[in-house]
Write a protein that binds this ligand. Structure first.
Ligand code: F6R
Length: 255
């Protein structure tokens, strides 16, 4: 694991953007895995800037998103499809044929999930997967208890996730209880994972993820098993760690 601890959310977004931009420049036909949520928004803004100001080319990429709510059509304002188009894809040179996001209205969810896995394989696997982490240690919608070998499938959302989401929905009947998510096993097959976490709210989850046991109760802890996990977190998210990370050297904090 390469753990980089940076000052704050802005420097985290700068650093994440450097990694993703380098990947796109070195391999313009990369397969990238994208996440939604608050954390990668700064990264996406910087990717848009790089496209506008220095012509960063998205036209040869293939993209896969981690997850989508079941029951929401792609145009719903809370869908992850809508998030990706409004926070990134609409502002860069990406067309629909390059983009893969699980379909929240798939009629046959199981075969849709199998198709999603096949598409990742046909694209040659994911070169770089961006990840956020939930305060409960989830990655994608692999909530605590998810099998560490899991593949893309439908998952019941933790009741806390459902409650947290309720405030975004005018119509409470539309609040999703299920999501389609890449599995932990699917995510771990990416050549590189770039996990981002910011703020005190993530401190406990990051302690468990980086220093705790590898356990299904903290699905993000599986990054410890990955062959190239790159973790970029800010000081607040790193505040509970017992170890400090400095240029790849890892030492207990009190030494
Ligand atoms: C998003 C996703 C989630 C988020 C996580 C953190 O596609 O899969 O696992 O990455 O819930 O969300 P934020 O960044 O909003 O704290």
């Amino acid at each position: 694991m390469l753990v980089e601890v940076v000052d704050n959310y802005e420097t985290l977004s700068d650093r994440a953007a450097e990694v993703v931009i380098q990947q796109i420049r070195e391999k313009p036909d990369s397969t990238l895995g994208f996440a939604t949520g608050g954390t990668p928004k700064g990264l996406y803004n910087r990717l848009i800037e790089a496209h506008e100001e220095s012509g960063l080319d998205f036209s040869k990429l293939t993209t896969f998103n981690l997850d989508e709510y079941v029951g929401l059509p792609p145009e719903h304002e809370q869908s992850y499809a809508r998030y990706m188009w409004s926070n990134l894809f609409n502002h860069v040179n990406v067309t629909e044929s390059q983009v893969h996001i699980p379909h929240g209205m798939a009629e046959d969810v199981d075969s849709h999930c199998q198709w999603y896995e096949r598409r990742i394989e046909e694209a040659g696997g994911i070169d770089l997967q961006i990840l956020g982490v939930g305060a409960n240690g989830h990655i994608a919608f692999n909530e605590p208890g998810s099998s560490l070998g899991s593949r893309t499938r439908i998952k019941t959302l933790a009741s806390k996730t459902v409650k947290d989401n309720a405030r975004y929905f005018e119509d409470q009947d539309m609040v999703p209880e299920y999501a389609i998510t890449m599995g932990v096993g699917t995510i771990m097959e990416a050549d590189e994972v770039l996990l981002l976490a910011s703020g005190e709210r993530k401190a406990e989850a990051m302690k468990k993820t980086l220093e705790g046991h590898i356990t299904a109760m903290t699905p993000a802890s599986m990054v410890q098993m990955h062959r190239f996990a790159h973790i970029v977190i800010d000081e607040e998210a790193a505040s509970e760690l017992d170890y400090q990370h400095h240029h790849g050297i890892v030492e207990p904090k009190d030494e």
